[in-house]
Write a protein that binds this ligand. Structure first.
Ligand code: HEM
Length: 342
């Protein structure tokens, strides 16, 4: 009886093994997948994309970016933000740079791109590239390289930039305003904004660390000071009261265009932004929202630490962001001038 039971046991184990092998490759090495997995973007874009057609490309971009930063270090923020705003709206395709036309309001004229800066400087880089390799390097790739070189140029991390993006011929303000995050968003809304692009809550917090450089206009600060949750004259209760008074001086009610530093060290890519957030000194509602729950508070606290992995995580997230839905192959075009379709 006992031996019949053990025979049955051995038989059922063998049967289970066969089933697992057939279905999941759990028992033995899996057979080759019958369908090729989707191609990772890294396989389409490559670091050496211009190595034959324009070997000087990356050096030229870096040289012009650094010469611009020499005159105005604060523009690093402009370059970094341009790349984000390009990639977040239908992928990294240079669409942000296109001008509006008589019958089309382009992304750059959307509400979320209010007074965006750095576009003439991207033209400067493009001009330098056109001199050495005409019609070769896309504006979308220039944005990606400039963001990296500018970040590294002000003390931040560097990362590999995979190249080969092509430029789109389409740019719509409505797409910008339906994709880009507003500075009045709370934590849940920020997560909801990042999730469709494949970014988790931690990556959202890490990327918000970009606000360690550059500047903002009072436009984005207004809701934090005077219109919290849409209530007239309500200041965000999470905002440090002394800091609120300082901000209110810089941004009187109704003012949209005065300029405020993003953090205490606006020209240095460091962890100071997260320190400000932890001390309730965030210029936007969305900055303070990062610590509105225990998860966010824990992540920001981790990122503030001297030994934190902020730079490494930031670099990884930037590579991921730069790979969002590029146009490749015969799609789009290589613009001659970044503000106009050919
Ligand atoms: C998390 C959601 C985010 C919100 C709500 C947000 C919102 C804003 C706003 C309102 C400004 C001020 C713009 C101005 O008035 O000129 C700004 C500036 C900036 N943002 Fe963000 N942002 C977010 C995420 C990001 C990300 C992911 C990046 C980069 C990867 C980024 C990079 C920057 C930079 C560098 C500036 C300074 C721009 C300059 O100096 O011209 N932001 N952001």
């Amino acid at each position: 009886m006992a031996s019949a039971r053990s025979n049955l046991y051995v038989l059922s184990v063998l049967l289970l093994a066969a089933v697992c092998d057939a279905h999941w490759g759990w028992w033995a090495p899996a057979p080759a997948a019958p369908v090729a997995p989707p191609k990772p973007v890294d396989a389409i874009l490559s670091e050496d994309f211009y190595s034959y057609t324009c070997p000087q490309a990356t050096d030229v971009v870096k040289k012009v970016v650094l010469s611009i930063l020499k005159k105005n270090r604060n523009l690093a923020g402009g370059f970094l933000r341009l790349h984000f705003h390009d990639c977040w709206v239908n992928g990294c395709d240079g669409s942000l740079l296109l001008n509006s036309t008589a019958d089309n309001q382009a992304e750059r004229d959307g509400f979320t791109n209010f007074l965006i800066r750095g576009i003439p400087e991207i033209d400067e880089i493009k001009e330098a590239l056109e001199k050495v390799c005409p019609n070769t390097v896309s504006c979308a790739d220039i944005l990606a390289l400039a963001a990296r070189d500018a970040t590294a140029g002000v003390g931040g991390p560097s990362w590999p930039v995979y190249l080969g993006r092509r430029d789109s011929r389409v740019s719509r303000a409505l797409d910008a305003d339906t994709n880009l995050p507003f500075p009045s968003l709370n934590f849940t809304e920020l997560v909801q904004n990042f999730a469709p692009k494949g970014f988790g809550a931690r990556e959202m917090i890490v990327l918000s660390g970009s606000h360690t450089i550059g500047r903002t206009h009072c436009n984005g600060i207004g809701p934090n000071l005077y219109n919290y949750t849409g209530i007239d004259d309500l200041t965000n209760p999470a905002l440090d009261s002394k800091f609120a008074r300082v901000l209110k001086k810089k941004c009187p009610k109704g003012n949209r265009t005065n300029i405020v530093d993003m953090d205490r060290t606006k020209n240095l890519f460091d962890r100071e932004y997260f320190k400000g957030v932890l001390n309730h000194k965030g210029v936007f509602i969305s900055d303070l929202a990062l610590i509105e729950n225990t998860f966010g508070l824990r992540v920001v606290t981790e990122l503030v630490a001297r030994s934190s992995s902020f730079f490494r995580e930031f670099a990884d997230a930037m590579v991921k962001m730069g790979n969002l839905s590029p146009l490749t192959g015969a799609e789009g075009e290589i613009r001659k001038h970044c503000q106009f379709v050919n």
